[in-house]
Write a protein that binds this ligand. Structure first.
Ligand code: SAM
Length: 284
């Protein structure tokens, strides 16, 4: 029985065997702490279900996921890693590696196909930092739903996803994400557990699909509306909203109808307030 891939010894053996170095351009930082990898897999909520991973690297997390899930589907962009993964994960026949850029794949089609077989599909990954938000928004905005998303991201990004109103990290991304998901940070990760060691700390964030109560008719339009509200952070909500083309009197009335003061900024409004403002705007 091999040692876990995430041990320093096994990682070094694999890197040496394939004469492999981490490619910065692909955001490659391999985890070398088996305890943490195990904990992430345990939190993924994909036991006996289907788990999708983006960026398996040399397979450290994939291995732990494969020990728990019925099937693991992993998307990897780096050509060099395809043979590496065939070697490092040879014991597991429940792993499918899809070679390619996740951002270019038809993820909806893949999920649709998987749904025929699995009741629950979750995502679990240590995401490449340079494209964290595009990857997550591809999943968030897809037509097919994912039940739970557990991902390691840069700590500052995790803080933005989880931020509450009137804090420095609160922005359009926080509002949009919290509209769609219950979001929480489940683990903080120090930079010391990676090879190579990045210049930043990380955190594992979990997104669980919200059972919608207070929702809007047109989500896409609502998200654009929220982005306009935050467009210039230092500007008042009133000044940002004037961009939407309604005249001054209508915009003023609209802010009054939402029981807000004209000098208020977007960062002082919580999700429910944004929904209320948006619904008033649609009617005005
Ligand atoms: N999962 C491994 C671990 O935790 O040790 C590696 C994580 S590393 C931070 C990110 C991984 O994402 C790398 O394997 C990298 O090659 C891969 N990657 C980067 N861009 C990608 C893309 N557009 N599509 C799929 N994989 C990508």
């Amino acid at each position: 029985m091999n040692k876990p891939i995430a041990t320093v010894a096994r990682t070094n053996e694999i890197l040496k065997k394939f004469d492999l170095y981490a490619k910065k351009g692909y955001g490659q930082n391999f985890i070398i702490e088996p305890g943490i990898v195990k904990k992430i897999a345990e939190n993924a909520q994909g036991d006996d279900e289907c788990i999708v991973e983006i960026g398996p690297g040399i397979g450290a997390l994939t291995e732990q996921l494969a020990q728990r899930a019925k099937q693991v589907i992993a998307f990897e962009i780096d050509d060099r890693l395809i043979d590496v993964l065939a070697y490092s994960l040879e014991e597991y026949d429940n792993v499918e590696i899809i070679h390619g850029d996740f951002l270019q794949t038809d993820f909806d089609a893949k999920l649709k196909e998987l749904r025929k077989q699995y009741k629950k599909i979750v995502v679990c990954a240590n995401l490449p930092y340079y494209i964290t938000t595009p990857i997550l928004f591809k999943i968030f905005e897809g037509k097919e739903e994912v039940d739970c998303i557990t991902v390691m991201v840069q700590k500052e990004v995790a803080d933005r996803f989880c931020a509450i109103k009137s804090t420095k990290d609160y922005n359009a991304l926080s509002v949009i994400t919290q509209y769609l998901y219950d979001v929480k940070t489940i683990m903080k990760i120090p930079r010391t557990i990676f090879n190579p060691k990045p210049n930043i700390d990380s955190a594992v964030v979990q997104f669980k699909k919200k059972v919608k109560g207070n929702c809007v008719d047109n989500e896409k339009e609502f998200f654009e509306f929220v982005k306009v509200c935050f467009k210039q952070r230092r500007k008042t909500l009133y000044n940002n909203l004037r961009e939407l083309g309604k005249d001054t009197i209508v915009t003023k009335k609209w802010i009054e109808d939402a029981n807000l003061n004209e000098s208020i900024r977007a960062e002082a409004c919580d999700l429910d307030k944004f929904i209320e403002l948006y619904n008033l705007w649609r009617k005005s």
